[in-house]
Design a protein around this ligand. Structure first.
Ligand code: SF4
Ligand code: SF4
Length: 501
């Protein structure tokens, strides 16, 4: 689209001495940012088309390209910043809602970075994770509320289906359609190798991926795309998506251009039509309605699969979670507002919801206060960026975390924030066959396995430092956290003390 008044954000700088005119950049850029002007015999660029995805930079054989932030500038203003002005121009051009990809770019507090982890020193000494066994296996789901002795002395407990994770890290929902089949294959194979789970998102399950069912969480969203009995029974757990952190209160929209033959068959919708999932589930207007769907799904799967309810982190999250824990759901997944997205209205992404850290702490506190924490497993997602964030999430009360953006980065994503355009040069957020082919699912699988393995090792190191050898002992153990530079109110919500106390 030709944007009136808007200067390009980035500038393509080509080192003429290094360039050997191989034309790889011209051939490879899906956005057409590199141009060979045949008449003049000149290699040039259209900066306005560059999304700063670094694909040309990575594939230039002589490293002749660099992308720099354009130094076109507006008169400085703390109020009408460059971004504010450009957004107004864009909307004046189109009359449309602004769309964005990936998480918010606004500088809201990142509470992970305002919490510090404890370490043992003299008493309760640290544990060396290289020499001592460390347990990070996690059982995710409802726990028995009562344990009785039978007359013969054997234990009797009401058991519920749980997911067994070899590491407390799962790949969160990304639908087939929003990401490519090769990306899904990589996630599925990595989950299988790691002994964890990936999540179909709301796009159904491609027939080629049924073989990874034991490591798959199948999602049921408001659009019910691709939902049928075989799909529900194919996965190890079923997730009802009530909300998403990046766009609370909003449904989903996958443009018709991304609904090719395969995606259309998997989603069970006509080829080329927009896949619009409504904001609400049209059969859920209360916890009782949610309970009906939870038990409908359990009935359809013979009570063998845990049911997850995924909600966006919003103001009254603790009360909502309390209701969900009483609805019969086995697991609650909370998605914070800094989480990623394939496409979200920019204003929603940047202004709606609350940070995952505060939401998670509030939910864990409320469920413990009400004596129902054991009724559900808790999963936190929406901007978990490192193993330290995982440790802090578990100490705040999570059983496990969901990661998506780090998984995409591991596969090659360069966070160009253009997923909604469907032209991902890295073969991830696209359905274009020639772009999809750029992502080798086995290379991506290996990189995902490496990432989660590295994080798992770091988690064990941090646990060892705290003198803890089982992740069970870290869960909700907020004594292991201290706040730094936080107000008393923030400390109270997080349920932690300040550093030095
Ligand atoms: S890929 Fe690099 S060497 Fe090849 S034409 Fe482009 S800038 Fe020149
Ligand atoms: S997935 Fe692709 S389009 Fe989306 S941010 Fe990453 S590199 Fe850009």
């Amino acid at each position: 689209m030709n944007e009136t008044y808007i200067m390009p954000d980035y500038e393509i700088v080509r080192n003429a001495e290094r360039c050997v005119r191989c034309m790889a950049c011209v051939r490879l850029c899906a956005n057409g940012a590199h141009i060979f002007d045949e008449k003049r015999g000149v290699l040039t660029a259209d900066d306005s088309k560059c999304v700063n995805c670094h694909y040309c930079v990575a594939n230039c054989p002589t490293k002749a390209i660099k992308i720099v932030r354009s130094d076109h500038c507006f008169k400085p203003s703390a109020n009408y910043t460059e971004d504010v002005i450009k957004d107004i121009y864009r909307q004046a051009d189109t009359g449309g809602v602004l769309l964005s990809s990936m998480g918010t770019t606004k500088s809201y507090p990142v509470y992970w970075d305002k919490m510090l982890v404890n370490a043992s020193q003299v008493t309760n000494p640290p544990i060396d994770p290289l020499r001592e066994p460390m347990e990070i296996r996690t059982f995710l789901g409802k726990k028995p509320e009562t344990v009785k002795y039978r007359a013969d002395g054997r234990l009797e407990a009401e058991t519920h289906p749980n997911l067994m994770l070899k590491t407390p890290i799962m790949f969160s929902a990304m639908s087939y359609g929003s990401i490519s089949k090769n990306a899904h294959i990589a996630l599925a194979r990595a989950a299988e190798e790691l002994g964890t789970f990936y999540n179909t998102g709301e796009g159904g399950l491609h027939e080629d991926l049924y073989q990874y069912g034991a490591n798959t969480i199948v999602q049921v969203a408001s659009g019910r795309f691709g939902v049928h009995p075989a799909y529900l029974n194919a996965g190890a757990a079923i997730e009802i998506k009530m909300g998403q952190g990046a766009k609370p209160g909003i449904g989903g929209h996958l443009p018709g251009s991304k609904i090719g033959e395969d995606v259309s068959r998997t989603r069970m919708i006509p080829k080329g039509t927009d896949a619009i999932s409504p904001a609400p589930h049209h059969d859920i207007y209360s916890i009782e309605d949610l309970r009906q769907l939870v038990f409908g799904l359990k009935e359809a799967t013979d009570y063998k699969k845990p049911v997850i309810v995924k909600i966006a982190a919003v103001h009254n999250i603790a009360a909502i979670a309390s209701g969900i824990a009483r609805s019969g759901a086995d697991i609650i997944a909370i998605d914070g507002f800094r989480g990623g997205t394939g496409a979200a209205p920019t204003r929603i992404r940047d202004n709606v919801g609350i940070p995952i850290e505060l939401a998670l702490a509030a939910v864990d506190t409320r469920l413990r206060d009400e004596g129902i924490r054991g009724r559900v497993g808790l999963v936190a997602g929406g901007s978990v960026r490192s193993s330290a964030d995982v440790v802090k999430a578990i100490a705040l009360g999570a059983d496990a975390v969901y990661i998506a953006t780090p998984a995409l980065l591991a596969m090659g994503c360069h966070l160009c924030r253009s997923c909604h355009g469907g032209k991902c040069n890295w073969g991830i957020a696209t359905q274009s066959p020639e772009l999809v082919a750029r992502l080798d699912p086995d290379v991506a699988r290996e990189r995902l396995v490496n990432l989660v393995t590295a994080w798992s090792r770091e988690i064990m190191e941090m646990m060892g430092g705290m003198g803890i050898n089982s992740i069970e002992a870290l869960r909700g153990n907020r004594l292991m956290l201290r706040g730094i530079g936080l107000t008393q109110k923030e400390l109270d919500v997080l349920g932690i003390r300040h550093a030095g106390e």
